[in-house]
Design a protein. Structure first.
Length: 106
């Protein structure tokens, strides 16, 4: 997969109804820990929704479940397993796409 293909999918997701619109408009929380958890949850949701709707979901073995720590999808005909907890901020397009492209191509 090349950068242009991945960027096209990313931009299409941002414009789609599947992109959680409230992510951009979260109110600021006074509790720093809750704010941090909220940002982590938003990032995880964006990651999973993007991969779910723009890549084929890989079948996980009978004794495994696809979770944030081992989310499986198919890109370029091969199964990719990624730890979403290690992903950069989804809203930082350049950094996120570089990370995902590295994951897909390695």
């Amino acid at each position: 997969m090349n950068t242009a293909e991945l960027e096209e999918k990313y931009d299409a997701f941002l414009k789609s109804y599947r992109f959680p619109s409230d992510v951009k408009n979260r109110f600021l929380r006074k509790n720093a820990e809750l704010d941090k958890l909220s940002r982590m949850a938003d990032n995880l949701a964006c990651n999973i929704l993007f991969l779910k709707y723009y890549f084929e979901k890989a079948r996980v073995g009978e004794d495994q479940y696809s979770m944030a720590s081992n989310y499986a999808f198919i890109a370029d005909g091969k199964e990719i397993v990624v730890n979403m907890n290690e992903s950069p901020d989804f809203k930082d397009k350049e950094v996120y796409l570089k990370w995902l492209l590295d994951v897909i191509n390695n």
